[in-house]
Design a protein. Structure first.
Length: 182
């Protein structure tokens, strides 16, 4: 099945997921390595984000990652800024449940999302942004076949220091080739 791997399945985000996403979105540890904003969001802001930025958007598709064994929702993967004409999108991943960090769930979730992007949506390119201090994520993205495409120098102020934002991308043909060699 397209939206299922060995340990997880993806399901579309629904309005009721606002409570769950609100918990993750307001957890500074969860957002430290993925969000440029470490703000505390009111529930209404999270509900509006789910409603307008994901559910009603023509250019975003968001999915909750569910642990098949426990049925626990563990994170979110999304395609944003989908440009159907030029067949491009940006991807985002957040593992909201910390006990799932560092155990390969991000790899599984992102592979499912890229399968969808390249096989179903027939996108040509998927990009992402990652903070330069997030070495574990950068290693994962490179392992998946993402290439460094550029750097926004000292664009993020975190933990009292300036950090770069690294831009990475993968092309459909590169992804297919990587899948063939597995």
């Amino acid at each position: 099945m397209l939206f299922e791997s060995e340990r997880i399945r993806l399901r579309k985000i629904i309005k009721d997921d606002a409570v769950l996403y609100h918990k993750w979105r307001n957890d500074v540890q969860v957002m430290h390595s993925t969000s440029p904003f470490l703000d505390v969001y009111p529930m209404k802001a999270t509900e509006d984000f789910i409603e307008y930025a994901i559910l009603k958007s023509e250019t975003s598709k968001g999915y909750i990652m569910v642990d098949k064994k426990t049925e626990m929702s563990i994170g979110i993967v999304s395609l944003i800024h989908i440009d159907y004409k030029n067949r491009n999108a940006e991807c985002i991943i957040d593992i909201g449940e910390k006990e799932y960090w560092g155990k390969g769930y991000g790899l599984e979730g992102l592979n499912l999302l890229l399968d969808y992007a390249f096989y179903e949506l027939n996108l040509h390119r998927v990009s992402l942004r990652v903070f330069s201090f997030n070495k574990r994520a950068i290693k994962l993205y490179k392992k998946m076949g993402f290439e460094a495409e550029g750097t926004s120098r000292q664009s993020l102020f975190r933990d009292g220091k300036w950090h770069d934002i690294c831009h990475m991308g993968i092309l459909q043909a590169e992804y297919f080739k990587k899948k063939e060699t597995k």
